[in-house]
Write a protein that binds this ligand. Structure first.
Ligand SMILES: [Zn+2]
Length: 168
């Protein structure tokens, strides 16, 4: 990973079309020049809690290639002094927006899910994979759940009948 990052750093990267994103309510909009520097899945407990999700997938952008295009005044900030990180989120809808680490002052990390289109990088890397939660979905085969249109599930091997009533 370090080797490929170093290689990417040495190579002069031509700036492509910007990739834009927004928060849930749309008050905050931003864009980065593509390709992004890198992308990864972050399984650390801090990111898991900040996103309220099994893990967070980030796109890292050089700060100079990142712009807030709308709603800068509506961005709130949380500084985590123990990890020396700053997380910004939309003060109106709560969407996690930008994640900055003191150890990488020239980078802004943005949840991949906020971008509508391509960012020029696939998330090939994992941080803190040992924290992968046993309840996280990792691609097991799924089948339709009888009687619940739109719901699929991972069939259990147990013989015991599962009561699905009232689940959805
Ligand atoms: Zn918002």
């Amino acid at each position: 990973m370090i080797g490929s990052l170093a290689k990417a750093k040495q190579k002069a990267v031509a700036i492509g079309k910007p990739a834009s994103g927004q928060c849930l309510c749309g008050r905050v909009c931003f864009e980065i020049d593509t390709p992004a520097r890198w992308a990864w899945h972050d399984h650390s407990p801090a990111s898991r809690r900040a996103h309220g999700a099994a893990y967070a997938t980030y796109v890292g952008s050089w700060r100079k290639r990142f712009r807030i295009t709308k709603g800068e005044a509506g961005i709130a900030r949380f500084e985590d002094k123990t990890t020396k990180t700053v997380r910004r989120f939309c003060a109106h809808c709560g969407t996690p927006l930008f994640y900055e680490r003191a150890r990488s002052p020239h980078m802004v990390n943005i949840p991949r899910a906020l971008f509508a289109g391509r960012t020029g990088r696939q998330p090939l890397y994992h941080i803190a994979i040992e924290e992968l939660q046993e309840w996280a979905y990792t691609g097991e085969p799924l089948v339709p759940l009888k009687g619940f249109p739109g719901v699929v599930w991972q069939r259990t091997k147990r013989k015991k009948r599962i009561d699905h009533d009232g689940m959805f």
